[in-house]
Design a protein around this ligand. Structure first.
Ligand SMILES: [Mg+2]
Length: 309
């Protein structure tokens, strides 16, 4: 509201730009991913999609053709990607253990991705909090020589002790955080010493103001922040405003299958993705609006959240 009233953009109201744009990485979901259900439920076959569903079926691609995926991302200027080749194994085992065959299959995908990517391209391993601490350790040790940028949400982070054991069991940098909220829970994570990076979802963390608090708090521990996406074009836009106005934001997550897909239908303007970087809109406030009439579409589900009366 303040942005609309003053005509200033959110990044200006947050103190102004410390950089013009923020490096973006592609999360390799496909068009069908996380539509209609949690991404850890699991009608997996529907979530994975099939080749031909859309232009960017990146989940099918990383499972089957990681070399082609890397090449396609590089052609668009991306310098980093996130993939999750062990989720299917967790579906089969319940995540408490991983058998040797599943481990070898997942490791093989990671190895092929690294070989195709070379050394000038970062790879993040997403684990979706599906694993026990011992099983996560087995996986981490099996891929720890692949120079991964981070391993994400290997286990549920509510158990600080388990996170610490996991962190100390291998050499890959650890991140978590997209599903947590408020600075108080982040303080627990920071004090544990079990995280090297932190993610936050601008919606789930408690909004723009709480995101600022978390970013500031993280900076006192020397921990960089990477805003989450997958949750819609408004959250992506907020992340880009945070990214250009806070020096300790390191990366912005994006999903090109969404960015060039259904995000375009939701808002009047998206942050500009170009050659590996993303830039927030410059108009008042977030610089974007929901598309006129979107709440009267036949496929719209309208929910209201109210604070107080
Ligand atoms: Mg994640």
């Amino acid at each position: 509201m303040l942005g609309q009233a003053t005509g200033k953009s959110i990044y200006e109201l947050l103190g102004g730009k410390v950089r013009e744009k923020i490096r973006a990485y592609n999360t390799c979901a496909g068009t069908a991913y996380a539509k209609g259900s949690s991404n850890i439920d699991r009608n997996r076959s529907a979530q994975i999609g099939t080749p031909g569903d859309g232009d960017y079926e990146d989940l099918v691609a990383f499972l089957n053709e990681p070399e082609r995926l890397v090449s396609s991302l590089k052609a668009q200027g991306f310098t980093a990607m996130k993939i999750w080749p062990f989720d299917e194994a967790a579906m089969r085992s319940g995540g408490q253990t991983i058998d040797k065959k599943d481990l070898a299959e997942g490791v093989s995908i990671m190895q092929r991705a690294r070989q195709a990517a070379g050394n000038d391209f970062d790879i993040m391993l997403e684990m979706h909090s599906l694993w026990s601490s011992p099983a996560a350790t087995v996986i981490a040790r099996a891929v720890e020589d692949l120079d991964l940028f981070w391993i994400e949400d290997a286990l549920r982070h509510e158990s600080t002790d388990a996170l610490i054991r996991f962190k100390n069991s291998h050499r890959i940098p650890v991140t978590t955080g997209e599903t947590t909220g408020t600075r108080w829970d982040y303080l627990r994570l920071f004090k544990s010493g079990a995280v090297d990076h932190i993610m936050l979802d601008p919606g789930w963390v408690g909004g723009i103001t709480e995101a600022r608090h978390v970013i500031s708090l993280a900076s006192t521990f020397g921990i960089p922040v990477a805003p989450h996406d997958c949750t819609g074009p408004v959250v992506l836009t907020v992340g880009t405003h945070l990214g250009v106005s806070h020096p300790t934001v390191e990366l912005q997550e994006m999903v090109r299958a969404y960015y060039y897909g259904w995000y375009q239908e939701m808002v009047t303007e998206l942050p500009l993705y170009e050659n590996g970087f993303i830039t927030p809109p410059t108009g008042p406030g977030l610089g974007t609006k929901l598309q006129p009439g979107i709440n009267t579409r036949s496929d719209a589900i309208v929910r209201w959240s109210r604070v107080g009366k």
